[in-house]
Design a protein around this ligand. Structure first.
Ligand code: GDP
Ligand code: MG
Length: 240
């Protein structure tokens, strides 16, 4: 197996060393940290991890405008250029359990895109305050209602893609640059007729560091589904 896990980071210095240790226990897995010049020095901590695990940890230090979507675009391009067969996405904060990674990787044998899902049978959310859970449940209902996506967890950031499916997304034409990027990826993959499956995960609220969820993020997430259905009616797979 030849898999890369892309981890976007902004102020995650406490999380990166234990997360990298946990992920690299799985054979055939490499890690790509995409850091946005975190003021807390996450970039340097990730460089140390790269030094500890030569050839298995790579760090992309972004210097242009920060953003989750932009970070993923740069990371995905690097992962594809690096020849990975399976490319995963996960948060740095341990809300996505590294122990679930083999389930996602295994499910990619019969799917183009695998979603680590909180909202399928067997999935769950631990330690989230009521308002955060309601926001997430509402966001999913909203996205599904507007876009007609079938997935139960359209906003999950724990995912595994087969390389071809990811490489055929028109990354340079994406309309969202924040968290909505995740919904846009799923929407386009679905329009392209990709096989999308969900595997249950237990999502646990972060213990270290702080969430970057903000009003701007929520506003962009409210608008994006409408923009997607307005501008993406004709998306078809593009051979790359
Ligand atoms: N590179 C990069 N990573 C980001 C940015 N914003 C958030 N992240 C990372 O994206 C992941 C999810 O963010 P988080 O704050 O945990 O959001 P939440 O889980 O929705 O509360 C974490 O790994 C963050 O460090 C950003 O602007 N740039
Ligand atoms: Mg988080």
């Amino acid at each position: 197996m030849n898999a890369v896990v892309i981890i976007p980071t902004y102020n995650e210095r406490e999380n990166i060393p234990p997360l990298v240790d946990a992920l690299l226990r799985h054979g055939g897995v490499r890690v790509l940290v995409v850091d946005d010049q975190s003021p807390d020095g996450t970039g340097a901590v990730a460089d140390e991890a790269a030094h500890t695990y030569p050839g298995r940890v790579d760090v992309l230090h972004r210097t242009t405008r920060r953003g989750l979507g932009r970070s993923y675009i740069d990371g995905i391009k690097r992962a594809i250029a690096g020849g990975a067969d399976l490319i995963c996405q996960m948060d740095a904060d341990f809300s996505h359990d590294p122990a679930c990674l083999p389930d996602l990787l295994a499910a990619a044998a019969n799917a183009d895109m695998v979603i680590g899902s909180r909202y399928v049978p067997g999935g769950s959310v631990v330690n989230w305050p009521q308002h955060r859970l309601l926001l997430s449940r509402f966001a999913n209902m909203y996205v599904r209602a507007v876009t007609h996506l079938k997935a139960r967890d359209c906003t999950s950031g724990y995912r595994c893609w087969r390389r071809e499916a990811l490489a055929s997304l028109p990354l340079d034409d994406f309309v969202s640059d924040g968290y909505s990027f995740l919904v846009e990826m799923l929407f386009i993959a679905s329009r392209q007729g990709r096989r999308i499956v969900e595997v249950p995960i237990t999502y646990t609220e972060r213990r270290e560091g702080q969430s970057k969820m903000s009003r701007t993020v929520i506003l962009e997430s409210a608008i994006t589904p409408w923009r997607l259905i307005a501008t993406r009616r004709t998306s078809r797979p593009t051979a790359r």
